[in-house]
Design a protein around this ligand. Structure first.
Ligand SMILES: C[S@@+](CC[C@H](N)C(=O)[O-])C[C@H]1O[C@@H](n2cnc3c(N)ncnc32)[C@H](O)[C@@H]1O
Length: 221
């Protein structure tokens, strides 16, 4: 309960409205969350995140292959990007994409500090991911999709960026579980995600329930 209050207080401070109107998804009725602003950047690299989200276990399950071209969409400061860059290796490429220039600056700094050279940054728009067309084996979104203010337009752009058979993977806090200490609009249920993605041309593959607090939801173009 105390932990829930701390997380709640943090969310009030770090999630700011970046000129986006709060909205509701026309299919599921889900209320969109506000976008995490620059005030959340440090929270994205908090040490407890390793235990809470087990990022390497999640990436093992997603099974990114060496040489692949992938995107970390809504990459923030690159917490998953640098892990993905190691997995695709020198023959592969990671697009680190976000709508906030500040996040991309921090991401570039983080890559430089780690000597990572196979990451390209992309400044996206709120309704257009601005990723290359038909180029990607995988698009990963970690704690991102619930913040989209134009989810249907974004999904159309993501679909176009994937190769035929390419995968879209969402990691989202479990909306079905009231004990997960995150505000409701920052969580999603499997039912909500499927109801919103399937009409946009994504086939549901599986929901991997191996993380302490999050779903790993795998779709294929
Ligand atoms: C909670 S943070 C997660 C960051 C990162 N994925 C991670 O796991 O560390 C959500 C990020 O999604 C980004 N975002 C929100 N709406 C977006 C959109 N339409 N396109 C791209 N990025 C978006 C925000 O700018 C923010 O950096």
């Amino acid at each position: 309960m105390a932990q829930s209050r701390v997380v709640g207080a943090f969310l009030v401070a770090a999630f700011v409205c970046l000129g986006q109107q709060p909205g509701v998804h026309p299919v599921s009725g889900r209320r969109f969350a506000q976008v995490m602003g620059p005030g959340g950047a440090d929270w994205l690299v908090r040490p407890e995140r390793i235990e809470e989200e087990e990022p390497d276990k999640a990436l093992d399950a997603i099974a990114i292959q060496a040489g692949q071209t992938v995107a970390d969409l809504g990459a923030g400061v690159g917490y998953m990007t640098w892990r993905m860059a190691k997995r695709v290796g020198p023959q592969g490429l990671v697009y680190g994409q976000d709508v906030q220039p500040y996040m991309l600056e921090q991401l570039q700094k983080n890559m430089k500090e780690r000597g990572i050279t196979n990451v390209k940054t992309v400044l996206g728009g709120f309704s257009d991911p601005k990723l290359p067309v038909g180029a990607l084996d995988l698009v990963l979104m970690v704690d991102v999709y619930h913040e989209f203010s134009e989810p249907q337009k974004m999904l159309r752009g993501i679909r176009e960026s994937l190769k035929p058979g390419g995968r879209l993977v969402l990691i989202e806090y479990r909306g079905e579980d009231p004990t997960v200490p995150i505000r409701p609009e920052h969580k999603m249920t499997v039912k909500q995600v499927r109801a919103e993605l399937e009409p946009e041309g994504f086939g549901f593959v599986e929901s991997l329930e191996i993380l302490p607090r999050q779903h790993i939801l795998v779709f294929r173009r």
